[in-house]
Design a protein around this ligand. Structure first.
Ligand SMILES: Nc1ncnc2c1ncn2[C@@H]1O[C@H](COP(=O)(O)OP(=O)(O)OP(=O)(O)O)[C@@H](O)[C@H]1O
Ligand SMILES: Nc1ccn([C@@H]2O[C@H](COP(=O)(O)O)[C@@H](O)[C@H]2O)c(=O)n1
Ligand SMILES: [Mg+2]
Length: 237
């Protein structure tokens, strides 16, 4: 999407950038997003955190959301997409990490329809299930879904519903995969390289766009021509 205009009808020159962050439950999405925020100035929204906040807000959907989360099931896409959209609109930043989303095809399509922003890329944290299980069982953050029965259900949803979304973006060349089975700092080194080249590219594209302006290209050629000719003469010697 070119601006917030498409989201709420208000004029804005902002071009918003979205990076989806996916990986199995416990792969370190929240941990790595905090580091990306610190180093690259993104705003982080965790879909799970937005839903947990909704259950505490006294919303009409609160109990339904809480019950689904306890079961490791996915909440209706229109609810989660509206929560993400609201969070983005209320924020001044124009770069967003959306963690734990899209969890299924329905999420992906609803985001496309309602928010209408193509993600820059999807960061995928790849980690084997045995390691994920170990991490979740020792997370100790009081999450109701960090028990072995719900963890198994969350793994199943991840395999059956989330991986197809990763494949969708993979086919479009939009997935950046990292090995998340290493120590957090090592994982972040790989992520840093991805985000550095993404921000670098962004600047690079802008430079190409400026240089591609005909009047600028003409004056650039005029002033560099004598120098280029000298170089050419030198090479012929
Ligand atoms: N690379 C890592 N190595 C070991 N432990 C890690 C690593 N990254 C995160 N952890 C720990 O694993 C647990 C899960 O991490 P985190 O909450 O970031 O994962 P998540 O992908 O957001 O999980 P969820 O999908 O359940 O929200 C936390 O206790 C965290 O401290
Ligand atoms: N797009 C989403 C994201 C999450 N949920 C529900 O929240 C639970 C916890 O998510 P985390 O990312 O914090 O692990 C998840 O198991 C789902 O119940 C969702 O419905 N849709
Ligand atoms: Mg998380």
């Amino acid at each position: 999407m070119d601006s917030k205009q498409a989201m709420n009808g208000k004029p804005s020159n902002k071009k918003m950038k979205v990076v989806f962050v996916l990986g199995g439950p416990g792969s370190g999405k929240g941990t790595q997003c905090a580091k990306i925020v610190e180093h690259f100035g993104f705003t982080h929204f965790s879909a799970g955190d937005l839903l947990r906040a909704e259950t505490k807000s006294g919303s009409e959907y609160g109990t339904m959301i809480q019950n689904l989360m306890k079961e490791g099931k996915l909440v209706d896409s229109s609810i989660i997409v509206r929560l993400i959209q609201k969070a983005m609109l209320e924020n001044e930043n124009d770069k967003f990490l959306i963690d734990g989303f899209p969890r299924n095809e329905e999420n992906r399509i609803a985001f496309e329809k309602i928010v209408n922003i193509e993600p820059e890329f999807l960061l995928f944290l790849d980690c084997p299930e045995t390691e994920l299980e170990k991490r979740l069982l020792s997370r100790n953050q009081g999450r109701e879904d960090d028990n072995i029965e719900t963890i198994k259900k969350r793994f199943k949803v991840f395999m059956e519903s989330t991986l197809p979304v990763v494949s969708y973006y993979e086919q479009r060349g939009r997935v950046r995969k990292v090995n998340a089975a290493k120590a957090p700092e090592e994982v972040f080194e790989d992520i840093k390289a991805i985000f550095s080249s993404f921000q670098g590219n962004d600047i690079g594209y802008r430079q190409i766009a400026i240089e591609a302006k005909p009047e600028r290209s003409a004056s650039l050629i005029k002033c560099c021509l004598p120098f280029l000719c000298c170089l050419n003469m030198d090479q012929r010697k």
